[in-house]
Design a protein around this ligand. Structure first.
Ligand SMILES: [Zn+2]
Length: 75
């Protein structure tokens, strides 16, 4: 079973896409993420983005960090 995470902006709350099996998929309707300091930022406001598990409101921090590293390496 593969966990899917929504990628959302902390600042404006926009969804930018999702991560599935460690790969980021951009939403067609969303602004492109901006790469800065080897991290992804919201393409709309420049805020930090975070991962939110699609089937759960809470994501353990360790899983968030791991998924974020995979997403960074893939991009
Ligand atoms: Zn934003």
């Amino acid at each position: 079973m593969q966990q899917t995470y929504n990628v959302k902006c902390m600042m404006c709350g926009r969804g930018a896409g999702y991560v599935r099996a460690g790969r980021f998929q951009q939403l067609v309707s969303a602004p492109r993420l901006v790469q800065r300091n080897r991290r992804s930022h919201c393409g709309s406001c420049g805020g930090n983005v975070y991962l939110e598990a699609e089937d759960s409101p809470l994501v353990p921090p360790a899983i968030t960090v791991l998924a974020d590293r995979r997403a960074s390496r893939a991009s």
